[in-house]
Design a protein around this ligand. Structure first.
Ligand code: AMP
Length: 331
């Protein structure tokens, strides 16, 4: 069975874009592959979080992924810093990662531009830590978006270089993996592009949003003056609302509002009211699970320990092999 590794950002609540775009696939992947999903708290140190935030963020993210359907019995779900072997492999890989290639990374250049006051070595070697995350389980499949393709290419450079230096065929090549051929892109509420964390949270519906918040956000979604000609094409803000309806409402509801639009009888207030109620129906079970799981400290502790044990077992095998290959032997 092929091994999949995916990192999960350790900050930020999950929104419907994350849920339909990424987690749905994770939930299906865990049935078919040997999946390692980890909360990337070491990576988050590049931006220097406060100790309390770091802990709370990791816990919140773990709770939300469990509520969204990751099953700790089917996949290995763990916190990155619980597996020190990752940091050990990162150290070994750093010895053969060169300044020039790290400086050329597009995401490093972006971060330098955005935060010139915080260009730390962790930021520079971020792709090496990512390679450590993947290679520690000898994974071949990494579900990442286009923006991470360059990092994956660096992972292949580091693994091939390791194999060449030590004249072994140890690390496999890892490639970007798109589980489903149908890429779901969930639009946001601000009439412009995909759902995301921008706009102070008003653009996204979070899994933990209460019905009142959902109604408020949806009613404020951007629309226009309405169509003036029958069967005209929909401008982006309207297209986005229809796309959201197709995600959370029934086909009948979609067809009903589509007919009203095509015959110039649409009232956006009615459409938004329906969309808000259907979003509430879609998210309420998730929100309730989030509240339930967050209050069950014993369960969370058990899940985190179980994930750490399973991940360490796999990581330990790799580190033993790697040390042997490099030439560390007991005296
Ligand atoms: P982020 O919250 O930006 O770290 O996103 C994590 C992952 O969620 C991304 O790699 C995407 O797979 C997915 N994702 C985020 N926003 C959307 C969206 N609006 N539509 C579809 N997928 C999304």
């Amino acid at each position: 069975m092929e091994t999949v590794v995916s990192g999960i950002r350790s900050t930020g609540k999950l929104h419907l874009g994350n849920y339909y775009g990424a987690i749905h696939n994770f939930v299906k992947m865990q049935e078919k592959y040997n999946c390692y999903f980890f909360i990337a708290d070491l990576h988050s140190l590049t931006t220097h979080p406060h100790p309390d935030n770091l802990h709370q963020n990791v816990k919140d993210i773990l709770v939300e992924y469990l509520a969204a359907g990751l099953d700790p019995e089917k996949c290995t779900l763990y916190v990155q810093s619980d597996v020190p072997q990752i940091a050990e492999l990162y150290l070994f890989l750093n010895m053969n990662a060169y300044l020039g290639e790290l400086e050329r990374s597009a995401s490093f250049k972006d971060k330098v531009r955005m935060h010139p006051e915080n260009v730390n070595a962790g930021l520079l070697t971020y792709p090496v830590l990512m390679a450590g995350d993947i290679l520690i389980h000898k994974a071949t499949k990494v579900p990442v978006g286009k923006d991470q393709e360059q990092h994956l290419e660096m992972t292949r450079t580091f693994s091939n270089r390791f194999n060449r230096i030590y004249n072994v065929d140890y690390f496999p090549e890892a490639y970007a993996f798109s589980f489903s051929d149908k890429l779901v892109k969930v639009p946001g509420l601000d009439g412009n592009g995909k759902m995301g964390k921008s706009n102070g949270g008003a653009n996204a519906i979070y899994l933990s949003d209460t019905p009142e918040i959902i109604r408020k956000k949806v009613m404020r979604a951007v629309t226009d003056g309405g169509p003036s000609e029958e069967n005209s094409s929909k401008p982006e803000p309207i297209q986005n609302l229809f796309q959201l309806i197709s995600l959370v409402s029934s086909k009948d509801t979609y067809d009903y509002f589509n007919h009203l639009y095509n015959t110039c009888q649409i009232r956006y207030g009615d459409l938004k009211k329906q969309l808000a109620e259907d979003m509430i129906i879609a998210t309420t079970p998730l929100r309730e699970k989030i509240i339930d799981i967050a209050s069950d400290k014993d369960y969370l502790h058990k899940v985190a320990r179980m994930g750490a044990d399973k991940a360490r077992e796999s990581a330990d095998r790799t580190i033993k092999d790697v040390k042997e290959i490099i030439g560390f032997r007991q005296i």
